[in-house]
Design a protein around this ligand. Structure first.
Ligand code: EPU
Length: 425
């Protein structure tokens, strides 16, 4: 077990590169199961979640190799169809092998991931969608057991909510189904667009990419692809918030400003000077204390829930009082108790948090409860007097490649060290 020792006070300055998005790379890796042969994925982030997805694909029979940020996945003619609990519990995103396995093998047994520190993570829409495609799907002994021995068939599916995971699983099953599938009210996140683009490179026929209705004309087989992962908008947004909070000046390269429109608009209202470079990238500079900003999280193109902890941290030191509304996860304010240990003034009322900004926070030991809470607490530590010890750093490692190294390059004083007080998570 390790922790981060964050010394407050530095103003972050310099340039940092964002790599491919975790929440795309994991799904792109799963999608390679749909075609026999060698697929290549580029700009895959060096994070533990990718490591666990590689383990899972190996367990299913694939040959996975990694050189720098390029991952090559060799998928055999026959793949196994069981994603066991010991791997799924480490990586909730393993659920995204459900659709590809069902389409490719006519069978999938995927352990239920369960809830986590941000709330329950339902699968009802994944299951209902695959049933509409003709699969028999049951939950037995902690597994989703799906069978479609005679293959899947096209249909009309309307999602109750634009779930990212349900959209991905249904889409990856529909690309090999017989006939046309129309999926309505799909998630429109840039990572979904990236997955559609990869599937189209593999030979899938998909219309409406980026809109809320996807039309998929099933094909008999797909071919392997060579694809570059879309840049991580959540990591880019994290650096942008860091620039504001520390009154710094950060150039974020390989960032897509068009994927962060609402976020950048909010940060501009908080007082940031933001320039989007013509050939990608962002520069975010801040000289004064940020102003409080209200935020409501919603599916894309709304404000991302994955940046909610960072804006709560930002508002904790902003001038004024802000209301943050969390609409995606029932328990994503749990980390606020840790922020309060740093002196933040936050009152939670259901899915609203009222944050009254303070001039400064004061360092204390805190625990990262999930990836984004961990990043938010590190940002808060950067503007806290003295030292903040952020334990359970393994959560941050799941989503931020070389976070400590990049913080150091920007001038922050952050050290990774063994955590004598924690033996497990
Ligand atoms: N939901 C259901 N039933 C379903 C599917 C979803 O009730 O069948 C609920 C969930 O319980 C949750 C909400 O709908 O409350 C959103 O779930 P969604 O399916 O959209 O999210 P996800 O696919 O489980 C991905 C990201 C999350 C990100 C969300 C929303 C991955 C691996 N995870 O999760 O990322 O917060 O979309 O954008 O892509 C993170 O990176 O820190 C993270 C949590």
């Amino acid at each position: 077990m390790e922790r981060l020792r964050v010394t407050g006070g530095a103003s972050l300055r310099g340039s940092v590169r964002v790599s491919g998005a975790k929440n795309s790379a994991l799904k792109l890796m799963a999608s390679t199961l749909l075609a026999e042969g060698n697929s290549t994925l580029r700009d895959v982030p060096a994070i533990t979640d990718v490591h666990y997805m590689a383990e899972l694909l190996r367990r299913l029979g694939a040959d996975v190799t990694r050189a720098d940020n390029t991952v090559t996945i060799g998928v055999p003619d026959k793949v196994a169809h069981e994603a066991p609990y010991e791997l799924v519990r480490r990586l909730r995103a393993s659920i995204c092998v459900l659709g590809p396995l069902l389409a490719r093998c006519g069978a999938a047994d995927v352990a239920l991931p369960g809830g986590d520190a941000i709330g329950s993570r339902g699968l009802d829409m994944h299951i209902a969608g695959l049933q509409r495609l003709g699969a028999e799907v049951d939950v037995e002994h902690g597994y989703v057991v799906a069978r479609a021995p005679r293959g899947l068939h096209g249909t009309l599916i309307g999602l109750d909510f634009p779930s990212v995971g349900a959209t991905e699983n249904i889409l990856m099953a529909a690309v090999l189904a017989r006939g046309e599938t129309v999926i309505d009210n799909v998630a429109r996140e840039p990572e979904i667009v990236d997955l559609c683009e990869m599937l189209i490179e593999m030979g899938a026929r998909i219309d409406g990419v980026g809109s809320s209705t996807l039309r998929v004309e099933g094909v008999d087989r797909l071919e392997p692809a060579d694809h570059v992962t879309v840049p991580d908008r959540i990591v880019a947004g994290t650096w942008a918030v860091a620039a504001l909070m520390t009154r710094g000046d950060i150039t974020v390269t390989n960032a897509r400003a068009d994927h962060l429109e609402l976020v950048l608009d909010k940060l501009t209202r908080a007082g940031a000077e933001i320039e989007a470079g013509a050939n990608g990238g962002l520069r975010v500079a801040m000289s004064d204390r940020p102003r409080a900003i209200d935020v409501v999280t919603l599916p894309y193109p709304g404000f991302p829930t994955d940046l909610q902890p960072m804006v709560v941290a930002l508002n904790a030191v902003a001038d004024g009082t802000a209301m943050i509304t969390e609409n995606v996860y029932e328990a994503r304010f749990m980390f606020v108790n840790e922020l309060v240990r740093l002196g933040a003034e936050v009152r939670i009322d259901g899915h609203h948090a009222v944050v009254r900004g303070r001039e400064s926070l004061s360092g204390a030991p805190v625990v990262a409860t999930d990836i984004r809470a961990g990043a938010g607490l590190v940002l808060a530590g950067l503007v806290s007097a003295g030292e903040t010890l952020v334990s359970a750093v393994q959560h941050i490692d799941r989503g931020y490649p070389n976070f400590v190294g990049q913080l150091g390059e920007l001038g922050a004083e952050v050290v990774r060290e063994p955590d004598p007080d924690r033996f497990d998570d």
